[in-house]
Ligand binder design. Structure first.
Ligand code: PGA
Length: 251
């Protein structure tokens, strides 16, 4: 059966010291608790090695927020999947809408990133989602379908099975506007149907599809109650240990 996952995405927040403190707080809140979901935190690159030490032996998995689209070499400022793996991280967010929008990451670049993450034993948390204009035109299904086709539906079934998807409608990210649980459910079910068409029902049923976009302590339980919503990718609300814990407890 597919896993429920709550993943925090810290984005470009927290100094190293603040990040270590936050990871430690989260770890302490979760210690000894019976959890009904996996917990992941995605931190900036510079935090990874230190936070990895903090969460070692705990239930918390560690993710990078991005990785390079090249294997290694003369790519100043980039961080490769292999380097991420060497910190102890085991997941990598790929294709977040902020990367697509502000850093021009297109389908081809993201396809390479996914391949490199998989080659290095990192589980991609692959993000997809439409802009508000696209939803207004009611073309969100086409948009999301193309994002999958362009960057992950090239994978062999055994590799696709390692992917976690995150549906994040861009209009809901950091805006306080959340998709309704019905809108989330509808899209997640649609995504699962595309996976079933491409890879068969078993892989579709086993793929975790997270919802992201202003998910918070007040709305998480309602969103997670939907049959095709397998957890959340949490931005703002993952920066406070207490709020993040409340979202985890929503399961
Ligand atoms: P948000 O961000 O929870 O702050 O809306 C979610 C995300 O971008 O992953």
């Amino acid at each position: 059966m597919r896993k429920n996952i709550v993943a925090g995405n810290w984005k470009m927040n927290k100094t190293l010291q603040q990040g270590i403190e936050l990871a430690d707080e989260i770890k302490n809140l979760l210690t000894g608790q019976k959890l009904r979901c996996e917990v992941v935190i995605a931190t900036p690159f510079i935090h990874l090695a230190s936070v990895s030490e903090v969460v070692k032996g705990s239930v918390i998995g560690l993710a990078a927020e991005n990785c390079a689209d090249r294997f290694s070499g003369a790519f100043t400022g980039e961080v490769s999947a292999e380097m991420i793996k060497s910190t102890g991280a085991t997941y990598c967010i790929i294709g977040h809408s902020e990367r697509r929008t502000y850093y021009g990451e297109n389908f081809e670049i993201l396809k390479n990133k996914v391949l490199l993450a998989l080659e290095n034993d990192l589980k991609p948390i692959f993000c997809i989602g439409e802009y508000l204009e696209e939803r207004k035109k009611n073309i969100q299904n086409e948009v999301v379908g193309k994002q999958l086709d362009g960057s992950v539906f090239n994978l062999a079934a055994e590799d696709f099975a390692k992917i976690i998807l995150a549906y994040e409608p861009v209009w809901a990210i950091g805006t306080g506007l959340t998709a309704t649980s019905e809108q989330a459910q509808q899209m997640h079910a649609f995504i699962r149907s595309l996976i079933a068409e491409k890879y068969g029902k078993e892989i579709a049923e086993n793929t975790s599809i997270l919802y992201g976009g202003s998910c918070n302590p007040a709305n998480a339980a309602e969103l997670f109650s939907k049959p095709d919503v397998d957890g959340g990718l949490i931005g703002g609300a993952s920066l406070k240990a207490g709020d993040f814990k409340t979202i985890i407890d929503a399961f």
